[in-house]
Ligand binder design. Structure first.
Ligand code: ADP
Ligand code: MG
Ligand code: MG
Length: 211
């Protein structure tokens, strides 16, 4: 489908479903190297987002309106580290998605803006075992796909695959940011929960676009 406001709403609803399906897995990952609440935090946040979408008097007009609603809702309901990080990502993404229908460069800009928001907020760089390790390869893969002439849906698919690989690549890393860093060397051998939820979010975007 075209990457318009209908796509954005379906993406968000699909994200809520996928996060709910993976709630236990995200909790278990966070139990290994954090405090075990990531699945619950994300599920609470995206359930609230769907509730807000359902309660709107007027349907959102633009992709950016949907992303802004996600941002404010996640900031106020998710808590923990992930709430402000994802909130900032969606807010920054909303700022660069002014088109009625996102083209391939706009998809790249959206992903890059999300990454910049997370980095601005959390000050992590790659290799620190955080969601940045999923977002960074996603941005690079998106850029590469777009310059190779890929469609917007193909750009999203490339980003999602890179994010999934990035999440798996956090397994051997030693965490130096966030709660997992308290474990030091003992954080190695576990996949980062935030990188995992990032991959789910981007795969939901790609699957929605491919439908
Ligand atoms: P909390 O750690 O407060 O319980 P969550 O469990 O919801 O919050 O989220 C943890 C995730 O947040 C981590 O798996 C990691 O991906 C991400 N994270 C934590 N700190 C940072 C940071 N400074 N920069 C980027 N991501 C971070
Ligand atoms: Mg946690
Ligand atoms: Mg917590």
């Amino acid at each position: 489908m075209a990457l318009d406001v209908a796509w954005a709403q379906t993406w968000v609803r699909r994200t809520a479903e996928v996060i709910a399906e993976h709630r236990e897995e995200l909790i278990e990952l966070d139990r290994q190297i954090g405090d075990g609440d990531h699945g619950e935090n994300m599920n609470r946040g995206f359930t609230a987002v769907v509730g807000k979408l359902d309660a709107l008097d007027e349907a959102p007009a633009h992709v950016a309106d949907v992303l802004k609603l996600v941002a404010t809702t996640l900031m106020s309901t998710v808590g923990g580290a992930a709430g402000p990080l994802y909130g900032t990502a969606y807010l920054r993404a909303a700022k660069v998605t002014g088109l009625e229908e996102l083209d391939a460069p706009a998809v790249v800009a959206m992903i890059e803006a999300g990454l910049e928001g997370i980095v601005a907020r959390g000050k992590a760089t790659t290799g620190e075992k955080t969601m940045v390790d999923a977002w960074t390869p996603a941005g690079s893969a998106a850029q590469e796909a777009a310059s190779g002439g890929a469609s917007p849906a193909e750009v999203l698919a490339a980003a999602a695959t890179a994010a999934e690989e990035g999440a798996v690549a956090t397994i051997p890393m030693v965490a130096t940011k966030g709660r997992a860093s308290y474990l030091g060397e003992r954080s190695a051998g576990h996949q980062d929960p935030g990188a995992t939820s990032t991959a789910l979010i981007l795969r939901a975007a790609a699957d929605t676009a491919a439908a």
